[in-house]
Design a protein around this ligand. Structure first.
Ligand SMILES: [Zn+2]
Length: 420
């Protein structure tokens, strides 16, 4: 395979064998992984046949195939767009932005980043609109288009603030500390990430949902007792008013330090029997007990370090070689290839980060089984969850391997059957 010149230029010349090995690995790894999953396919298919009728399986498959296709096209469009931007007349943009901001480099960086981030958000919008329409069609969403657009605006706005804020800080360090910028940038990103994870439950989540304390004293006492037994005493269980948007059911565990909390969707509290709510809580206790937020943070920050190391090489080379008219490390237009690199690395990291996530979810499932010793309720809960959420209970192996943050439903049921 011949790489486009733009991608080839990222690799130093004379190292063709490395490029070949890397490409070979990228192609072989998913193939080998899907191949190794093949023998268990029949077993998982039998589980699906035992718990679901064919109409439901087909409806879930068709819905998720459409959603997935739109997501994959969106990823491809965004990747092409950022590559196209990063290979544009960077020197001209830097000069224009400096001119527009009275020569203040940090403001010029903020201006370019803001324009790029807004442009990418609007490129993503039609895909989000399509997925929202699909979810409305199958009855998973029932909120209005106005509320969808308001949510989109809020999420996009938070994204723009983060991109501009972090980008200006990191590229400012890149310009002023040629040797050690990456270490300073890593420290900055680490502090901001920990701060964000701590503050999101207090500052960001309330922008999208209202939360109240679980108002069923008997159920609350039972759930708090369960979390105490699991070794992670919680102060309170919060309920989110998810039902104003969706019929989907969920529970999650968020925050860090004093802002740690367990949140249940009101759709779950209203529609599920207490045994099954307790099972879902036991899964969340599993995450808590095994320190998954802390481990996830640590792995994420390790990945950021690898990204900064790559950026050190690639952006350093681009800045000093006058790539597409760039005028040195201080050129504000460097934010464009930097942001492009960030987005491309984020896309590539989906597969390993989902692999880690699936392992953590499987561990939380195992903890919930160990705590409750009730695999029958576990299976009933999984089946009800899949039906409420119109899940694709057994996706193609490559889809689960690359895109799933949780083991697929059939695999989770199999774990409970093996636990018996
Ligand atoms: Zn989980």
């Amino acid at each position: 395979m011949r790489l486009p010149a733009a991608i080839s230029s990222l690799f130093p010349p004379g190292r063709t064998w490395r490029r070949t090995c890397l490409l070979g690995l990228l192609i072989l790894l998913p193939t080998a992984a899907s191949g190794s999953l093949a023998p268990e396919r029949g077993q998982l298919e039998r589980i699906v046949a035992a718990h679901y009728d064919q109409d439901f399986v087909k409806k879930g498959r068709d819905f998720h195939r459409a959603v997935r296709t739109s997501t994959l096209i969106q990823i491809a469009v965004i990747a092409v767009a950022v590559l196209w931007l990063a290979l544009g007349p960077l020197g001209d943009w830097g000069a224009w932005a400096l001119d527009a901001t009275g020569g203040r480099a940090w403001l010029a960086r903020a201006l370019i980043l803001f324009l790029v981030a807004v442009g990418l958000s609007f490129l993503r919008l039609p895909f989000s609109v399509f997925r929202f329409a699909m979810a409305r069609d199958v009855g998973l969403r029932h909120d209005t288009w106005a509320s969808f657009l308001l949510d989109w605006g809020k999420a996009a706005g938070i994204g723009w603030i983060l991109v501009v804020g972090v980008g200006v800080l990191v590229l400012g360090l890149f310009a002023s500390l040629p040797r050690t910028w990456w270490a300073a940038a890593w420290g900055t990103v680490a502090v901001l990430t920990v701060g964000y994870v701590m503050l999101a439950p207090l500052v960001v989540d309330p922008l999208f949902n209202r939360f109240h304390r679980l108002d069923d004293p008997a159920l609350e006492a039972r759930l708090l007792e369960l979390s105490r037994e699991g070794g992670v005493p919680a102060q309170e269980i919060l309920v989110a008013d998810a039902s104003r948007r969706t019929t989907a059911v969920n529970a999650y565990f968020t925050g860090f330090g004093h802002t740690r909390r367990i949140v249940l969707y009101d759709t779950l509290v209203q529609g599920f029997p207490p045994d099954e709510i307790a099972m879902i809580l036991a899964h969340e206790v599993g995450h808590w007990r095994r320190h998954h937020i802390e481990k996830g943070l640590a792995l994420g920050l390790a990945a950021v370090l690898v990204g900064l190391w790559l950026a050190h090489g690639i952006l350093g080379r681009a800045a000093t070689s006058g790539f597409h008219g760039l005028e040195g490390r201080g050129d504000p237009a460097l934010v464009v290839p930097a942001y492009a690199l960030y987005i491309l690395l984020s896309i590539v990291s989906v597969v390993p980060s989902n692999w880690v996530s699936r392992r953590m979810e499987a561990q939380a499932d195992l903890t919930s089984l160990q705590l409750t010793r009730d695999p029958d309720t576990f299976i009933r809960t999984e089946v009800r969850l899949a039906k409420e959420n119109l899940s694709e209970v057994l996706p193609p192996a490559w889809v689960e391997f690359t895109l799933y943050t949780h083991p697929c439903n059939a695999r989770r049921i199999r774990m409970a059957e093996e636990f018996r």
